[in-house]
Design a protein around this ligand. Structure first.
Ligand SMILES: NC(=O)c1ccc[n+]([C@@H]2O[C@H](COP(=O)([O-])OP(=O)(O)OC[C@H]3O[C@@H](n4cnc5c(N)ncnc54)[C@H](OP(=O)(O)O)[C@@H]3O)[C@@H](O)[C@H]2O)c1
Length: 341
């Protein structure tokens, strides 16, 4: 029997915890290390992810020690959004010849925010013969991989527009914090201007991933942001939204080539959206202007469980990342990653 792929998990929050549970269900993967922060350190991973059966992996807060002492094929990283934080948390993994999949949004196209860090990651990964890639549902699938794949069935493509309506109630506290839900409109506005609130991170990245795959040169990018105020009380796992406070946001990123808007990506993120009050239905709608025109709608469970899709993308990408060329890659450079048994 072939040996199992050995996985270290870094960041055991909402996404990392779901990933741990998913890996335990998979035939060909095993968890050999877990890196936490404050909660659960020194205890069996099972306790952090609320399962009864012991896993036999003790959560450590010393990432470097885990990377150097635990033999593993890959690190799945769920602890940050920025490429700087991600690199500082996984540099030791690359140094010890471990592949890395991260869901950090900036890592999906890191040249945009930190060109030097991106180059460092690329050369370290190449030197060590491993691959580093950022993926998830968004960046990593709905705004980039899926529309790019759809264009392969068309004769010509003029414009790609993707609209997403997402229920953010299922993401963890880090996400609640950075989209400013539950805050008054005044402190939301203040948070946006001082950078405490960042809303969805990744539109410029996904526009660039798409453009790169299409061979388009983006010469301008514009982004608009607007907060949404709740009329009703919304109670979710990680918090409460009172009437008159922020329940979400709408954000539009547009990439221009030769003065024309060629890639438009809209995301409306809401805590527990409801059609009566919010006028929108959770889903992803891909509209490609080309020959022929095409519209793809994704509704129902996959659209509603964005967190699951993020985690599934990270876990199911493992085999393709292990086979990929060394270096820093973007998702469009990976073949499709089917659901692993
Ligand atoms: N690409 C995508 O599609 C996608 C989708 C969803 C989320 N994300 C991003 O992924 C990240 C995680 O999301 P989440 O919902 O899982 O957030 P979360 O529930 O807040 O989890 C983050 C976890 O990372 C841990 N952590 C932070 N710094 C760490 C460090 N230095 N060492 C070890 N662990 C550390 C935190 O530990 P403590 O709680 O102990 O501090 C927490 O358990 C967020 O930045 C989010 O923006 C990306």
């Amino acid at each position: 029997m072939a040996s199992k792929t050995r996985v270290i998990l870094m960041g055991i929050g909402e996404m990392g915890g779901q990933a741990a549970r998913l890996i335990l269900e998979k035939q060909n993967f095993e968890i050999v290390g877990a890196i936490g922060h404050k909660r659960g350190v020194g205890e069996d991973l099972s306790k952090m992810i609320n399962i009864d059966k012991k896993i036999g992996v003790i959560v450590s807060s010393d990432a470097r020690e885990v990377y150097s002492s635990v033999e593993a094929d890959i690190v799945l990283h769920f602890a940050a959004s920025t490429i700087k934080d991600t690199f500082s948390q996984v540099e030791g993994a690359l140094e010890t010849r471990k592949n890395v999949i991260t869901i950090a949004e900036e890592a999906s196209f890191p040249w945009l925010t930190e060109i030097e860090v991106a180059e460092k990651i690329d050369s370290l990964a190449k030197e060590k013969g491993v691959t580093f890639v950022g993926t998830g549902v968004n960046p990593g699938f709905m705004f980039d991989y899926l529309p790019i794949t759809m264009t392969g069935a068309l004769k010509k493509v003029n414009k790609i527009r993707v609209v997403r309506v997402v229920d953010f109630s299922r993401y963890g506290p880090a996400v609640w914090e950075h989209i400013g839900v539950g805050k008054s409109p005044e402190s939301f506005k203040e948070g946006l201007s001082n950078g405490d609130i960042v809303l969805h991170v990744g539109l410029e990245q996904t526009v660039n991933i798409t453009a790169k795959a299409m061979g388009w040169i983006i010469d301008d990018f514009k982004e608009s942001q607007e907060g949404l105020v709740s009329k009703s009380k919304r109670k979710a796992k990680y918090g409460m939204v009172d009437p008159g406070t922020m329940c979400g946001f709408k954000q539009i990123g547009t990439g221009y080539a030769n003065g024309k808007d060629v890639i438009i990506q809209e995301i409306t993120g809401l805590i527990l959206p409801n059609i009566g009050e919010d006028g929108v239905t959770v889903g992803t709608y891909i509209m490609i202007d080309g020959e022929p025109n095409v519209k793809v709608s994704i509704e129902g469970e996959l659209a509603e469980q964005g967190g699951w899709a993020t985690v599934a993308r990270a876990v199911n990408s493992i085999p393709q990342v292990l086979k990929a060329q060394p270096g820093l890659l973007t998702v469009d450079q990976l073949p499709p990653s089917p659901c692993c048994p």
